[in-house]
Design a protein around this ligand. Sequence first.
Ligand SMILES: [Fe+2]
Ligand SMILES: [Fe+2]
Length: 291
Amino acid sequence: MRIAITTDIHYHPPWRDRIEAFAEHLAARQPDALIIAGDIGEPLDLFHECLALFKPVAPQRAALAGNHDVWQRGAAHTSLELWEELLEEAASLHGYAWLDRTNVVFGGLGVCGTIAWYDYSGKQPGINLSDDEYERLKPMISNDGRYVNWPWTDRQMAARVGESFLERLMALQEDPAISEIIIVSHVPLFDGCQRYSGDPNREIANAYYANLSLGRRVLEAPKVRSVFSGHVHVERAVTVTRNGSTPLEVYTNPSDYGRPAALMVDTDTWAVSILRGPEPFMPNGNDDALV
Ligand SMILES: [Fe+2]
Ligand SMILES: [Fe+2]
């Protein structure tokens, strides 16, 4: 089957024409399924609009949350309300399975998803900061530090979602009807997928761009064939070797603000290609503050 996996649409009304054109571009490829892996739209009404816009892309659909989707800015819903209830409710209303809480199965293929919150295990080697310092510094580096207001620390949230994800992953791994599994996460799970590569002034932020602890646990499920993630807004492809199994192929989707893209996966051949939207109208260079 052919699955379109997109992430980081960051739906924003001034970009509607561009995002709609991208959705039509995706629909023209007639994928069997569509997965939207987080940073869909905020506040909640824009999350709804984005899901509605992509509904015609494929008959089978699934979604999961990104960090922006749980932001509370001003009088909008709290992060806790969004995470616990409202995002899943919106997904259900628009006909998307909610991968943060349930697996999706297509014949013998299992799909397991998670927001995969960062636990600082992706921090840049050579930067000698403790995990507590990464927690304290976050509001100066990432807007999550200002707009995510649930009662958990990053490490607590990463452990919570990790535990639930691993339970669902092992259920697929142990199911004899499932022969192969793909993983879709918002935050990347493997080294080499962090956002900043070769830019020492920004590499401190890599702590907020991966959950490598969870990636190590994924290696315990040999049916996992490929892993697809978002959040970093750059294209990465990494091969992870495993003892006694075929290597794991790991990809990130290069969607950026106003510049949507998708990973097109053919699960018969495991070929993966990138489908990009129209040319960007938002200049590069000054949009990092939005991440
Ligand atoms: Fe994003
Ligand atoms: Fe993100």
